[in-house]
Design a protein around this ligand. Structure first.
Ligand SMILES: C[S@@+](CC[C@H](N)C(=O)[O-])C[C@H]1O[C@@H](n2cnc3c(N)ncnc32)[C@H](O)[C@@H]1O
Length: 420
């Protein structure tokens, strides 16, 4: 069982009572994160960034977005040539605080001035509280004197995009790790699904407790078909009772929907992901689920529902299988450290030396952020995956050239200033 029981807030008690008192962990996680009134993202109370509950690469400073922006420039140029009259959309799904969207906007304005009149920024956010914050953030960006002009931008849903698909680039940066997961536990040699249920603790208190139930047949069939296609052993042969893991059941339908939102272009997924032999290792007894609040990680998942982030790593092979059976072709994948080096991180690091002495604090902060982005013990282990979407009716919709982030990093020019 995963952790202790926890007191249940009143709003959640009502959700449980309406659902018969016991739900799969995935439903608990969906409420805790995405309940529109009380969920951590739904209500917009979770703060992303250095002073918030947790930071993402994009919220550490503008260099990450500028490097990702170099990749977008390559893709958008090629798409622009292949579709000379069409609007090109940069679609960010799950934009969080909209830092990435704002910084990409500025990078594209600076590096693609000739295509600016054909670009639009599309934000897809299911949580009303986060969308409100994004609207404010883009508004502030528009008003800021140091920013580039904002591209035409709009908020929409994947289902609306399906009805009117676009050409361009879809970005899922730290999105899939926020999807509710099924938790599976080995009990008496059998995998079962973890549940959460209400328990009347005493006259005045109601607690949340863990339980398990047999895996429903439809879910078991989806798991079996992925396992047989990927040759993954789940549970691993030497796992012991109590061994727990996660299954990202919601990703398959998301990939399907996302593929219909784009007629041609790329999907860039950037997220925590592990190969199956590490993800489903017998030694990883507690799975990958983590809770975050005020920059602190814990494995206490049932407490303070709606006030802490819950997130689980992705299994690389499972995710690729789900994407490639739902409309996408994998172009390639690599670690974030390799991707950012291929996009020019070393040159950017060196060029920081040219900042005037009066900007020493900025130099130190940006250097530290760049190092964190590639540090294998930190964000460097993230995976970057490029998937392609081709329109069979238009013969040449690919970019033709291999994506820059998947290429070997170029050697730094000898004249580039070196570190002191
Ligand atoms: C971890 S944050 C990532 C934020 C941002 N991409 C970044 O890197 O800073 C996850 C974001 O995805 C949103 N989200 C979660 N599930 C979603 C879904 N199915 N569709 C769209 N947005 C979603 C959350 O509300 C939140 O804005």
């Amino acid at each position: 069982m995963t952790g202790p029981a926890a007191p249940c807030p009143l709003w959640l008690q009502q959700r449980f009572e309406q659902s018969g008192g016991s739900v799969p962990f995935s439903q608990f996680m969906a409420w805790a994160l995405h309940d529109p009134e009380h969920g951590a993202y739904g209500s917009g109370q979770l703060k992303i960034g250095k002073g918030g509950d947790f930071a993402t690469s994009a919220t550490l400073g503008p260099d990450f977005s500028a490097l990702m922006g170099c990749q977008l420039v390559q893709w958008l140029r090629a798409l622009g040539l292949n579709h000379p009259t069409k609007t090109l959309s940069i679609v960010e799904v799950g934009p969080g605080e909209a830092e990435l969207s704002c910084d990409l906007n500025d990078h594209l304005a600076e590096h693609l001035p000739d295509l600016m009149h054909r670009l639009e920024l599309v934000l897809v956010e299911i949580n009303p509280g986060m969308e409100q914050r994004q609207r404010k953030r883009l508004g502030r960006h528009q008003d800021s004197r140091n920013s580039q002009p904002l591209l035409p931008h709009r908020w929409t849903s994947l289902s609306e995009l399906k009805a009117s698909p676009v050409i361009g680039v879809l970005i899922a940066h730290e999105l899939l790790d926020a999807f509710p997961v099924e938790r599976l536990e080995l009990v008496d040699g059998q995998l079962r699904r973890q549940t959460v249920h209400l328990h009347q603790a005493d006259a005045c208190g109601v607690d949340l407790h863990w339980g398990t139930e047999p895996i429903p047949q439809a879910l078991q069939e989806r798991i079996n078909s992925t396992l047989s296609a990927t040759q993954i052993a789940l549970p691993p042969p030497d796992a012991e009772d109590g061994w727990t893991t996660e299954w990202h059941d919601a990703c398959a339908s998301w990939f399907a929907e996302a593929s219909e939102a784009l007629t041609a272009g790329h999907l860039l997924v950037v997220d925590y992901a592990l190969e199956a032999h590490r993800y489903y290792s017998a030694r990883r007894r507690e799975g990958t689920l983590m809770a975050y609040r005020n920059q602190r990680a814990s494995q206490v998942f049932l407490v303070d529902a709606g006030q802490q982030d819950l997130t689980a790593h992705l299994c690389l092979e499972t995710m690729v299988h789900q994407a490639t059976t739902h409309g996408w072709t994998l172009e390639g994948q690599c670690r974030q450290g390799e991707a950012l080096l291929a996009l020019g991180l070393a040159e950017r690091f060196s060029s920081l030396q040219q900042l005037p002495g009066s900007q020493l604090a900025e130099l130190l902060q940006r250097r530290e952020a760049l190092l964190r982005l590639v540090d294998p013990a930190c964000l460097g282990e993230f995976r970057w995956l490029s998937f392609l979407r081709f329109n069979p009716l238009v013969p040449s919709t690919g970019t033709g050239e291999r994506s820059q982030f998947l290429q070997e990093p170029s050697v730094i020019n000898a004249s580039t200033p070196s570190r002191p």
